[in-house]
Design a protein around this ligand. Structure first.
Ligand SMILES: [Zn+2]
Ligand SMILES: [Zn+2]
Length: 374
């Protein structure tokens, strides 16, 4: 039996590098050799024990790689050696939910999210991809691995916040939290044609990046009454669409309070516990507001569209990748990301240590074996 290195959930607040069996593809499945992956805020929830997964599961749901092995039924359609990405969400394309266009809910209840949740994920040398025909998305030759690394999850998720909010040309939009997903939602609001985009965060550096990504106004809730300030910018009405990209009661409630009557709260956050919608913010249930939630859209067609936006230079997310590590240095990478140290936005992880060094940009400096943007 061949083995490989994988980073597994080893109990609350513990991850471990283990030697595990290399997967073998069954019918309709593929194995890809991971060339780059990253850490998501959701992984931090998992490691902290706030979202339960089984002990020993390989974590990670953002794969970039090369096809290593194809199960029966895929030859002719894909070739070994082909560069591909796979969405964080891997819909089967055939179940009740998929055929009702709720791909992320494949087989029910957020069931489209399988990597690093219900099946082994991408923090490994190799990854078994289920329903490969629906999920392997070839990378255009012109794009480097790192340029497409954010497509599997945060670009898809953030953009979906704007899409689910049905933003129209000329809308006023507020985006609560300007972490990686909120920044992608800000990009999404711009792409959808919003006129006024208000970026909200408590960290000044993130607000600066929000301006570069399309926010015309940035607000820090520690400095202003956020509801009053947003109403002041919208003739007292409130915004047409608010996007919540943090997953906290406070930001959810503020997002609800700043939408105008008839407005939309588009929620991307992952919540725990109870979420309250105060009656006054909800106009006692008579405000014609809509609250919509969205789980990252996946599948190869979604991935193709996102990569097309990057290839055609409509979107450049490269500044979001602030740090690079070899997968072997995952503990250090996780520590940095989970504590939000050193201005980190996203870290790129490379199973091949040489790639971690090779992909650094000219302005990066090599520190203790990994490349680190300064
Ligand atoms: Zn994620
Ligand atoms: Zn399905």
């Amino acid at each position: 039996m061949k083995t490989m290195k994988a980073v597994v959930f080893d109990g609350v607040n513990k991850i471990a590098i283990r030697e595990v069996p290399k997967p073998v593809p069954g019918a309709g499945e593929a194995v890809i050799r991971i060339t780059a992956t990253t850490i998501c805020g959701t992984d931090v929830h998992i490691v902290r024990g706030e979202y339960p997964v089984r002990h020993g599961l390989t974590l990670g749901h953002e794969p970039v790689g090369v096809i290593d092995d194809l199960g029966p039924g895929l030859h002719g359609e894909y070739t070994v050696g082909q560069r591909v990405i796979v969405g964080a969400i891997t819909p089967c394309g055939q179940c009740f939910y998929c055929l009702n266009a709720n791909h992320s809910q494949c087989h029910g209840g957020a069931g489209g999210w399988r990597f690093g949740n219900t099946i082994n994920g991408a923090w490994a040398q190799y990854l078994l991809v289920p329903d490969a025909r629906a999920n392997l998305a070839p990378i255009p030759d012109a794009l480097r691995d790192e340029e497409v690394l954010l497509c599997p999850d945060i670009f898809s998720t953030g953009l979906a916040g704007a899409e689910s909010g049905h933003i129209r040309v000329g809308d006023a939009v507020a985006v609560f939290a300007q972490g990686p997903i909120g920044l992608c939602a800000t990009v999404g609001a711009r792409l959808k044609g919003a006129a006024l985009i208000i970026g909200v965060d408590t960290i000044a550096e993130r607000l600066e990046i929000a301006s570069r990504f399309g926010a015309n106004v940035t607000l820090n809730p520690n400095e202003v009454d956020i509801v009053e300030a947003i109403k002041g910018l919208t003739e007292g009405r409130g915004v047409d669409v608010a996007i919540e990209a943090l997953g906290r009661q406070e930001t959810f409630e503020n997002a609800l309070r700043v939408i105008r009557p008839g407005g939309i709260l588009s929620s991307l956050g992952v919540y725990s516990g109870k979420l309250l919608a105060p009656y006054d913010a909800l106009y006692a249930g008579l405000g014609d507001q809509r609250i919509v939630t969205t789980l990252c859209p996946g599948g190869k067609e979604r991935m193709r569209r996102l990569m097309s936006m990057i290839e055609n230079r409509r979107v450049d997310l490269s500044t979001l990748i602030t740090h690079r590590f070899a997968l072997d240095d995952i503990e250090e990478a996780y520590d940095l990301f989970s504590h939000q140290s050193d201005g980190v936005l996203k870290v790129a992880l490379f199973p091949d240590r040489a790639a971690a060094g090779a992909s650094q940009r000219p302005t990066a400096e090599v520190v203790a074996g990994h490349a680190c943007m300064v």
